[in-house]
Write a protein that binds this ligand. Structure first.
Ligand code: ADP
Ligand code: ADP
Length: 233
């Protein structure tokens, strides 16, 4: 079975006259170790789909399974990492401690023994993400791109079974975004964390992913699935 399996998920917000149908009969399968992007027009339900996988919301119909568990169970077991569009860093801690502090309190207990050099070495991880010179800066002394890369480092350091990202680069300018994308790809190619990545950028999806899931306009349905044939090492 796929590592992440969304089957026939439906979601409507509100009820009666004010009801908003966000998702209609969505299927999503993510094998372990894959980087899957979900793209589609604004409002098509991408964030909703991600929140269902994150266990932050329940589908009205259908099912979400992560490694044989419900999303809520997977969430409770700290199997799921989430990188939102706006990074939530602790303002009183420097970059390095932002990565280390949650690592200590939040590490999932159900993990196979730690086998990932880069994920267990915050300095190396931050350096690979281009933050080696700013380890001791506080978040407010960082650019938006640096803040988001710190959030990525923290997410990878926690070694989630599944890492969900909701348009993490969409607030960055073009130049900052491109280097952040390449650094993410570099780290991911070493760690091979299972990723579901939401974006409205086709170029970003093609650059980063193994598989692109294309959603139609709301209420979101999966309109197509494209496998990217990358010559990756
Ligand atoms: P996307 O991430 O693709 O932009 P969303 O999942 O954010 O799409 O939203 C899908 C639809 O559901 C939109 O019409 C949006 O306005 C609506 N929606 C999302 N969240 C809520 C909510 N909490 N309450 C009501 N409507 C919502
Ligand atoms: P995104 O940028 O991912 O599309 P949105 O701007 O659609 O996100 O949503 C941001 C937040 O607002 C989400 O938490 C979502 O649940 C909520 N939201 C979105 N649309 C609505 C809506 N129509 N009514 C209430 N809350 C909404």
């Amino acid at each position: 079975a796929p590592f992440v399996a969304v089957h026939d998920a439906c979601k409507t917000y509100g009820s009666g006259q004010g009801a908003v149908r966000a998702l209609a009969h969505v299927d999503l399968q993510v094998p372990r170790g894959r980087f899957v992007s979900v793209i589609g027009p604004s409002g098509c339900g991408k964030s909703t789909l991600l929140r269902l996988v994150a266990g932050l919301e329940e589908p009205d119909g259908g099912a979400v399974r992560i490694c044989g568990r419900t999303a809520a169970q997977a969430r409770a077991a700290k199997m799921i990492g989430f990188v939102p569009q706006v990074p939530a860093l602790l303002p009183w801690l420097d970059v390095l401690d932002n990565v280390r502090v949650l690592e200590k309190v939040n590490r999932p207990g159900n993990r196979r023994e730690s086998r990932r050099g880069l994920a267990s070495d915050p300095v190396a991880l931050l350096t690979r993400l281009g933050l080696g010179d700013v380890l001791h800066r506080r978040p407010r002394q960082l650019s938006g791109g640096m803040q988001q890369r710190t959030a990525l480092a923290r997410a990878f350091a926690l070694e989630p079974q599944v890492l969900l990202m909701d348009e993490p680069f969409s607030a960055l300018d073009e130049f900052t975004r491109e280097s952040a994308q390449l650094q993410l790809l570099d780290v991911w190619q070493e760690l091979r964390t299972t990723v579901v990545f939401v974006t409205h950028s086709i170029a970003e999806a093609v650059l980063l992913s193994d598989t692109v899931v294309v959603m139609a306009a709301a209420p979101g349905r999966v309109a197509g699935v494209v496998d990217i044939d990358l010559d990756r090492p």
